[in-house]
Structures are given as structure tokens and as C-alpha cells.
Write a protein that binds this ligand. Structure first.
Ligand SMILES: *[C@@H]1O[C@H](CO)[C@@H](O)[C@H](O)[C@H]1NC(C)=O
Ligand SMILES: *[C@@H]1O[C@H](CO)[C@@H](O)[C@H](O)[C@H]1NC(C)=O
Ligand SMILES: *[C@@H]1O[C@H](CO)[C@@H](O)[C@H](O)[C@H]1NC(C)=O
Ligand SMILES: *[C@@H]1O[C@H](CO)[C@@H](O)[C@H](O)[C@H]1NC(C)=O
Ligand SMILES: *[C@@H]1O[C@H](CO)[C@@H](O)[C@H](O)[C@H]1NC(C)=O
Ligand SMILES: *[C@@H]1O[C@H](CO)[C@@H](O)[C@H](O)[C@H]1NC(C)=O
Ligand SMILES: *[C@@H]1O[C@H](CO)[C@@H](O)[C@H](O)[C@H]1NC(C)=O
Ligand SMILES: *[C@@H]1O[C@H](CO)[C@@H](O)[C@H](O)[C@H]1NC(C)=O
Length: 629
């Protein structure tokens, strides 16, 4: 009885202490998210938080400093919270939030390096494109008033983009010509001859007309104002185009890379942002060289085995001309993707994963001529499904034996499976949607943990081997070609930005080791020149995930269950790789502990019971019994 009372008091006290900390912690997270929404009105709208629909995010550099001051404030508050009083799961949230804040704060010193170049050929201006307002509500008078208020502010935002470019020119931190030469053309494509034709006028046509609660006179007034504001936007867009054409382009940097900026420290900061772990450019480069050599050797062995005499480049060029390995139409390619997903991959998932929710992917043609494939996650309520968009613009160039790794990466067990997990979990808002994904700001922005997400995508391609999904030597060649492409990125990205590689050297290197032709290779290399470090996240992430798994396997031996391992990795959600490693380490520890307890108690306690089901409970009871005796 006395023992029981003591236990009860202990329980009550712990709850009280934890209650305080927990409330502080909950409040901090909420305050942070509210603040984040307030500082980023467009992001806020996209998250269905409509309080700031009348505002635009200031893009001037002072604003970045204000955000940094805010971030430092939250970091200070975070450090007053007793982390060890939180539960394991909350400690993980705590550590991720700390990383998000700290990375942002530290990156502020690169203010005059990255966010000063707001536009590039990959992230052209979206102002005026219809799709960029697709998340904005237009249901009532207030909605339109809000949007009109935004329209009125766009010329200022465009002016801020020009002002930032001026800082880039002044400090010598400009983009290379290949990154921006197309932007004036992209802007010209946006500019319309009348305001009514501009994308942002769209809601003032039929949508406004159909709203019966707004009087006609008000509608007329809205349209007049919209035309006036858009006319100003069109003038500003012209100014922006002229500025880039006449003043910025003549000052674009002559080096392909950014390695000379601050003696490489800027590039190292970009790498850190994308990899989420510390690695020097040399280490990344060397890792890439080793991987390229390993994969290239494997490919060459297969080429010999199938009796092909030429090089890798020649093999892929020949295969594209062989009707045995291609389809004629886009529909046939899509159909093959669907069959492979439904009949070959999905049924094999249970060999590697536990309890996968039955949420399938849709496979549709890509609506623009982008990469081989992209994945778009579904909505949390399930109303919009996850979609794999396949690029079928040139169906006859798609090698059927290269389709498997693409599917594995974009659908399951790759990005679609990740998305299924994040649809069913309860990740905090700041762990899902903190970033507006403006790549040009990197590293002066919140991390997005690409090494985790894309590392998993590439790991999924590897899992295809363990799941016996690559059925013949050709499919293995398809797999290796895609893997080598990511290994090449390590070599090329660091080559361009740190080791003085020219674009031509990079293009040749890529063509020599993958199935890429010249035109595609050039676009790819332009991307590396534009987004320093980004391309390295995939392979480094995959290598680390494999290493973490290998360590767990070694520690657990026959107790290692790969399906449990995968649950741990997927459930944790996007994190820096060192936190992933820690989470897996904790899981390994818990499995080890359970095994030891089972061993100690089994002679007396588990006889006659179903061990696998009752083990945890029995373990607790047995422990209490033993301690009390
Ligand atoms: C920059 O943005 C802030 C809002 O964060 C605004 O108060 C300030 O006037 C802007 N500065 C300039 C130079 O436009
Ligand atoms: C923090 O929490 C732990 C665990 O609840 C407790 O042991 C420790 O005393 C607390 N530290 C402070 C400074 O309150
Ligand atoms: C920049 O690129 C464009 C388009 O590729 C090209 O026409 C132009 O000559 C280049 N300018 C410089 C200075 O290299
Ligand atoms: C709005 O309607 C006018 C008149 O029909 C049309 O010319 C214009 O293109 C429409 N604007 C948009 C953005 O759809
Ligand atoms: C530049 O970086 C290299 C390698 O990181 C280092 O050896 C060298 O001392 C640095 N130079 C300066 C001026 O900091
Ligand atoms: C296509 O495959 C068939 C059957 O495997 C083979 O007989 C034929 O030679 C192949 N054609 C080409 C052009 O490789
Ligand atoms: C980089 O290459 C250029 C020519 O492509 C050369 O002029 C320059 O000296 C090289 N710089 C270094 C650090 O090797
Ligand atoms: C023990 O439980 C598991 C599932 O919980 C079940 O599959 C197994 O058949 C049970 N074994 C016995 C001996 O009852």
C-alpha cells in the first residue's frame, strides 16, 4: 500500500512538471507558426490561413533581417525550455525546430549572395501567371478587396526584385549568363497588350460575374481598379525586363561556379543546406568519383555480358533506335507505367513494408516538357490523389527498360509512399510547410531536408533490387544509368563550383556516363550552375540511409527486421540526416532492450503465453515483480 501511494505521488508530480513544460512548448510552436504565417502572406494563403490575403511578402533585404531577428527571438525562447522534460517524440520536434531556426539564423551572413538574385531560368517570375493565384479564394466582396490590395502592391515587389539585383551587381554576386539569359523572354511572354488579358484579371471575369451578392456597381468598380493596378504591373514588368537586359546581363559573372565567393565558404554553406550534414566539397567530389567508378564498372560488365561492344553512351544511343525497347505512343508508355505499378510493384510492397495503407497513385501525362517524371502529393483529406506525372512528350525516346527505377523513385516505395505516410501522420505544421521553396534564396531560408526526401527516392530505386523488380540485364542497365546520373552530379556540382570545371567538361562527363544526349545534358548542367549544391542531396542522402541501415543490421543481427526499419525511417518525416541516424539508433536500442528483457524473464514469465503479443506487458510486470522482491 505504501508503495502504491509513493508511486501515485510520483506520477502526479511528473505530470505537473511535464504539464508546464508541455504548455510552454506548445505555445512556442503555435506562436512561431502564427508569426511565420504573418511574415509570409502568400505562403499563408496557400496554407488556407486567410488573415493576410491583402498583403504581399516584402522582398527587400531589410525584411530578411527582420525575419532573422524574429528567428533569433524564437531560438532564445526555445532554449529556455527544458528539453529533457519532453517526450521522445516531442524532443525530436524540438530538435527539428531548433535546426530550422539555427540554420536560418546562421545563413543570414549570405544575405548579399543568394536572395539578391531572385529570378533565374528555373524560377522565372510567377507574377501574372494564372496558376500562381489558384489557391486564393474568390467568394465574396472581401476576397476581391484583398486581391485588389495585393495587385496594388505588385509594382513595389517588382521594384524590390530590381533593387536586390542591383546589390548583386554591386557586390559581384551575380548569376552566370546561362542562368538568366532566358528570363527577359519569359517576362515578355507574361506581358499582355491589355490589362484584361493578364492572368490576374481572370477572377474579375466570370468568377466575379457569378457572385450574386455583389452589386453591379461594385463589380464595375472592382474591374476598373483591377485594370488600373494591372496596367501599372505591366509597366513594372517592362522595367524589370529592360533592367535585366540592359544592366544585369552585362554584369553576369564570368566563372561558371560560385567557388571563388568568400574562398568557397558560400558554396560550403549551400552544400550544408542541401545535405543537412557537414561534408567538404572534396569529400563530396571523391564520394562521387568512387560511386561513378563502381556503377560504371557494373554497367560495363553487363554490356560485355549481353555482347555489346561499344561504350555506355553508344549503347543507349543504339537502344533508342531499337523498336524492341521503345513504345510508339504516349498512351502506350502511360499504360505500361500503370501496369508496372499495379501488377509488379504494388503486390511486392509487403515484403519490405508493414501495413501500407491502400492509397494508390494516379499516373498521368506531364503538362509541360520537364524532367522524366515528377510526383505531386495528394491532399490530406484524400479528395485529391497523389499523382505521378510522366514526361511523354517524346515517347519514342523512352526506353522501356529504364522505366522501373523512375516508377520506384516517384511512386512506391519512393515519394508516393513518403506522401502516404505524411498524409496519415500528424507532423507539426512547421515540419511540413515552413518553406515557400524559393530556391534562389538558398541558403538564406528555412531548410527543406532534401537529402532525406530525395535520398529516400534513390534508396527506393535500390530497393527494387532487393525486391527482385529488375527482371533482366537491360532493366539493371536502366537502373544503373539513373543511379550513375546522381553519382555524376556529386562530381559535376563540386567540379563546377569548386574545382574550376567548365560547362563543356561537365556536359561531356555527364554524356559519357549516362543515357543523356547533348541537349538534355546542357539543360541539366545549367541547372547545377544555377542552384549550387542542390544536385548533391540525392546521392549523399541515399548513401547515408544505406549506411544507417547497415549499422542497424550489424547491431541487431537476426533481430533486424527491415520492415520495422522502414517504418522508423518513413514515420519520422523530413529531418536532417543526423537526427534520422539518432532515431534509428533509439529504435535499435529499444529492440535490444526488448530482447534482453525477453531473455531474462522468459524462464518464469512467458511459459504458456503468446510471447510475441504479450511481451511488453509481461516484461513490465516481471520487472516490477523482480524489483519488489
Ligand atoms: C522593406 O520591407 C519592410 C517591411 O518588412 C518595410 O517596412 C520597408 O519600408 C521596406 N524597405 C524598403 C527600402 O523598401
Ligand atoms: C528538466 O527535466 C528533467 C526531466 O524531467 C529534470 O530531471 C530536470 O531537473 C529538469 N531541469 C530543470 C533545469 O528544470
Ligand atoms: C547569354 O546567353 C544567351 C542565350 O544563350 C546568348 O545569346 C548570349 O550571347 C549570352 N551572352 C553572353 C554575354 O554570354
Ligand atoms: C477576360 O474576359 C475578356 C473578355 O472576354 C477576355 O478578353 C480576357 O482574355 C479575359 N481575361 C482572362 C485573364 O481570362
Ligand atoms: C581558402 O580555402 C582553402 C581551402 O579551404 C585554404 O587552404 C586557404 O587557406 C583559404 N584561403 C584564405 C585566404 O582563406
Ligand atoms: C527484338 O527482339 C526479338 C526477340 O527477342 C529478337 O529476335 C530481335 O532480333 C530483336 N530486334 C532487334 C532489332 O534487336
Ligand atoms: C580556372 O580556369 C580558368 C580557365 O578556364 C583559368 O584561367 C584559371 O586560372 C583557373 N583557376 C584556377 C584556380 O585553377
Ligand atoms: C501469437 O500471436 C500472433 C499475432 O499476434 C499470431 O500470428 C500467432 O499465431 C500467435 N501464436 C500462438 C502460438 O498463439
Amino acid at each position: 500500500m505504501r508503495l502504491l501511494i509513493v508511486v501515485l505521488i510520483l506520477v502526479v508530480q511528473t505530470v505537473e512538471v511535464e504539464g508546464d513544460v508541455f504548455m510552454e512548448w506548445a505555445k512556442l510552436q503555435k506562436d512561431f507558426w502564427d508569426w511565420r504565417m504573418r511574415m509570409s502572406p502568400e505562403l499563408s494563403t496557400s496554407k488556407h490561413v486567410y488573415r493576410y490575403n491583402d498583403l504581399l511578402t516584402p522582398l527587400n533585404l531589410t525584411q530578411f533581417t527582420l525575419v532573422k531577428i524574429g528567428v533569433d527571438g524564437f531560438l532564445g525562447q526555445l532554449r529556455t525550455i527544458n528539453r529533457s522534460a519532453l517526450s521522445g517524440k516531442e524532443q525530436m520536434n524540438f530538435d527539428v525546430l531548433e535546426d530550422l531556426l539555427q540554420m536560418f539564423s546562421e545563413s543570414h551572413k549570405w544575405l548579399e549572395y543568394a536572395p539578391v538574385n531572385r529570378l533565374n531560368f528555373l524560377e522565372g517570375l510567377t507574377i501574372g501567371k494564372k496558376h500562381s493565384i489558384s489557391g486564393i479564394p474568390f467568394h465574396n466582396r472581401g476576397d476581391f478587396e484583398n486581391f485588389l490590395s495585393r495587385l496594388e502592391q505588385y509594382p513595389n515587389q517588382i521594384m524590390e526584385i530590381i533593387d536586390n539585383f542591383r546589390v548583386a551587381v554591386r557586390t559581384g554576386h551575380t548569376l552566370h549568363n546561362v542562368s538568366i539569359a532566358k528570363v527577359p523572354i519569359q517576362i515578355d511572354e507574361l506581358i499582355t497588350s491589355t490589362p484584361e488579358q493578364f492572368g490576374y484579371f481572370a477572377p474579375f471575369n466570370d468568377t466575379l460575374e457569378s457572385i450574386t451578392t455583389i452589386r453591379q456597381a461594385v463589380k464595375d468598380d472592382f474591374r476598373e481598379r483591377a485594370k488600373r493596378y494591372i496596367a501599372d504591373i505591366l509597366i513594372s514588368l517592362g522595367d524589370l525586363r529592360d533592367y535585366i537586359q540592359n544592366e544585369y546581363l552585362p554584369h553576369t559573372r564570368s566563372e561558371w561556379g560560385v567557388g571563388s565567393w568568400d574562398n568557397g565558404s558560400f558554396y560550403r554553406a549551400c552544400l550544408k543546406f542541401h545535405l543537412s550534414v557537414e561534408m567538404t566539397p572534396q569529400e563530396v567530389h571523391d564520394e562521387g568519383l568512387r560511386e561513378v567508378e563502381r556503377i560504371t564498372t557494373a554497367m560495363e560488365e553487363i554490356l560485355r555480358a549481353i555482347g555489346f561492344d561499344g561504350s555506355i553512351k553508344e549503347f543507349f544511343a543504339a537502344a533508342k533506335k531499337n523498336k524492341n525497347y521503345t513504345k510508339d505512343t504516349a498512351d502506350e508508355v502511360l499504360q505500361l507505367y500503370r501496369t508496372m505499378f499495379e501488377e509488379i510493384i504494388w503486390p511486392k510492397l509487403p515484403t519490405m513494408f508493414k501495413d501500407v495503407p491502400d492509397i494508390k497513385v494516379r499516373i498521368l501525362p506531364m503538362t509541360f516538357d520537364g524532367p522524366i517524371g515528377v510526383y505531386s502529393p495528394g491532399s490530406k483529406d484524400g479528395t485529391r490523389p497523389g499523382i505521378f506525372y510522366a514526361n511523354v512528350y517524346r515517347p519514342q525516346d523512352i526506353l522501356t527498360f529504364s522505366m522501373m527505377p523512375v516508377l520506384l523513385h516517384e511512386t512506391v516505395p519512393g515519394h508516393h509512399l513518403q506522401a502516404i505516410y505524411s498524409q496519415t501522420d500528424n507532423l507539426r505544421n512547421y515540419r511540413k510547410g515552413i518553406s515557400d521553396r524559393t530556391y534562389s534564396n538558398i541558403p538564406v531560408t528555412f531548410p527543406i531536408y532534401t537529402a532525406y526526401t530525395e535520398g529516400w527516392g534513390l534508396y527506393a530505386e535500390y530497393l527494387g533490387e532487393e525486391m527482385n523488380l529488375y527482371t533482366d540485364k537491360y532493366e539493371m542497365l536502366g537502373r544503373y544509368a539513373l543511379e550513375n546520373f546522381r553519382a555524376c552530379r556529386l562530381v559535376i556540382d563540386t567540379g563546377l563550383h569548386m574545382f574550376n570545371w567548365t560547362k563543356e567538361r561537365a556536359v561531356t562527363y555527364l554524356m559519357d556516363h549516362t543515357s543523356y544526349g547533348r541537349a538534355d545534358a546542357e539543360i541539366e548542367i545549367d541547372r547545377y550552375i544555377t542552384l549550387p549544391g542542390q544536385a548533391c542531396a540525392y546521392k549523399i542522402g541515399e548513401i547515408r540511409i544505406k549506411q544507417i541501415r547497415k549499422d542497424a543490421e550489424q547491431q541487431l543481427g537476426k533481430d533486424f527486421d527491415v520492415r520495422d526499419f522502414h517504418s522508423v525511417v518513413l514515420n519520422i518525416g523530413p529531418v536532417p540526416l543526423n537526427l534520422l541516424e539518432r532515431a534509428v539508433g533509439e529504435w535499435v536500442q529499444s529492440v535490444t532492450d526488448a530482447r534482453q528483457k525477453a531473455y531474462v524473464i522468459s524462464p518464469t514469465c512467458t511459459s504458456g503465453t503468446n510471447r510475441s503479443r504479450n511481451l511488453p506487458l509481461i516484461a513490465v510486470i516481471c520487472l516490477i515483480l523482480t524489483t519488489n522482491r
